[in-house]
Write a protein that binds this ligand. Structure first.
Ligand code: 4NP
Length: 175
């Protein structure tokens, strides 16, 4: 998703090679209009709250919604939390993202499998599932709410918030 400025704060991320590198997190789902924009929004809020210096974006493995704003139900659930995501725009994940981001975070297991296929051999990003950082939910998928009702988006938001907290803890530890 493009369109919102990231939070600015301090605190470097130390990479495996011990060079200081700013953390950069990319959330990836299928369409980039429901789950990954909500994960992006929840993590922006959490990073800002903690003063974490991190670049944040989201993308989709599919192309149907490139250039589109988030699904209106995703916009509505974010707005209920006081977050306006209407300026986000869908984009497709690229191999370059594995060099640019320190963490590529898949929302579900299908997304993870697709990302493993496009990851270039010189990709440096850590690839994980969002719920891997949530106690008791390791290896689980965030359910796709697209074909369901509005209530499914509340479930997505709850998963996005839990994942955002776990991810912020992890990145703060890696600092
Ligand atoms: P998302 O949900 O991956 O959470 O953004 C979907 C959005 C659109 C489609 C599938 C899933 N679609 O098939 O268009």
């Amino acid at each position: 998703m493009l369109g919102l400025p990231g939070p600015r704060a301090s605190g470097p991320f130390r990479s495996e090679r011990s060079s200081v590198k700013r953390a950069a997190v990319l959330f990836v789902c299928l369409g980039n209009i429901c789950r990954s924009p909500l994960a992006e929004a929840a993590f922006r809020q959490e990073a800002e709250r903690r003063g974490l210096d991190v670049e944040i974006d989201s993308a989709g493995t599919g192309t149907w919604h490139v250039g589109h704003p988030p699904d209106r139900r995703a916009q509505a659930v974010a707005l209920r939390q006081g977050i306006d995501i209407s300026g986000y725009r869908g984009r497709r994940v690229t191999p370059e993202d594995f060099r640019r981001f320190t963490h590529v975070v898949a929302l579900d297991r299908d997304n993870l499998a697709d990302l493993k296929r496009i990851r270039p051999s010189d990709g440096t990003a850590e690839l994980l599932l969002l719920l891997d950082v949530v106690e008791g939910r390791q290896g689980k998928s965030v359910a796709d709410p697209y074909l369901g009702d509005e209530a499914g988006f509340d479930v997505t938001w709850a998963d996005a918030v839990a994942g955002a907290k776990g991810l912020a803890d992890r990145i703060a530890r890696e600092d």
